[in-house]
Design a binder for this molecule. Sequence first.
Ligand code: PEP
Length: 251
Amino acid sequence: MSTPIKPLVAGNWKMNGLATQVTEFAALVDGYSGMEDKVDCMICPPATLIAALANFSQESTIEIGGQNCHASATGAHTGDISAEMLSDAGATSVIVGHSERRADHGETSEDVNRCARAAWRAGLVSIICIGETAEQRKQGITLDIIGEQLLGSVPDDATSSNCVIAYEPVWAIGTGLTPTAQDVADVHSSIRQSLVRRFGDEGQQMRLLYGGSVKPANAAELMGVIDVDGALVGGASLKAADLLGILNAYE
Ligand code: PEP
């Protein structure tokens, strides 16, 4: 019998947020107080705000994550950031393989696999993103694409403690469009089955997040789908009130 998975709602601020955004984080810390037993919460701010938020979050159980990391620990990689640096600044997790990284920086599943292992080297949890494009969905190859990305991006030594999977259909990110609950259920069930085939009990216990235009208005329906263990939230994580509205799906 597997133990119930505690859900996680993680906010991805992307390239948004100056020092003034810390006031939204403060409001989130306040509003989240009392929800800790039901749902975990994380914010992945731009790297410039990790230390400030990590410092602030000492008063709370809200975790701080990075949005990406380089595969190496140090070196001549101008503009990049290593998992060790994220950890040093106070992050406990890092998103890897976000579709915006795959599209903007040509990151392949092989690259993502290396970044996930770099995260573990530094003691961080890796949040590995996978998802099909609109064209791939139209062609009816969503589950094939998801299967390939899962196999390529998730390293062999993934466990339920060091790895979270985020299913994010590319066409749903930042568009206001979402798959139907049935579509999400089909993909998450397929992800769960592949993880169990590959990792046994660890695959059964791994958190599977849904991401793509999650908002307070659709959170309860999407979070209620079997094998959805939380959300990765972009736009709606920038305002504390919106993220709290999503967290409320678990009240
Ligand atoms: C994301 O970028 O991970 C995301 C899910 O964005 P949004 O919620 O804005 O669609």
